[in-house]
Design a protein around this ligand. Structure first.
Ligand code: ZN
Length: 80
């Protein structure tokens, strides 16, 4: 029995429910849209998506879906 590891597993379970402890700094995802795949990036609060809608609005269904999934762990896109 590795009691040290057991303690870490318990701590990990607790941490996993405290999402606000985690702040994403940057990431890139491939988002499978209904028609095309899109690339969404996030870098220190700046969102970007290569779909047409994002280019004019600064926000789109892809970034908004990720904001919901990653709630508390990312900044919400600022609409310009
Ligand atoms: Zn998009």
């Amino acid at each position: 029995m590795d009691y040290g590891l057991i303690g870490k597993i318990e701590k990990a379970k607790r941490y996993a429910e405290e999402r606000e402890r985690i702040q994403f700094q940057k990431f890139e995802v491939t988002f499978e849209g209904e028609n095309n795949d899109h690339t969404v990036t996030y870098d220190k609060g700046e969102w970007h998506c290569n779909c047409d809608f994002f280019q004019t609005r600064g926000r789109c269904s892809h970034t908004m879906a990720l904001e919901t999934i990653l709630e508390d762990m990312v900044d919400i896109a600022r609409v310009g």
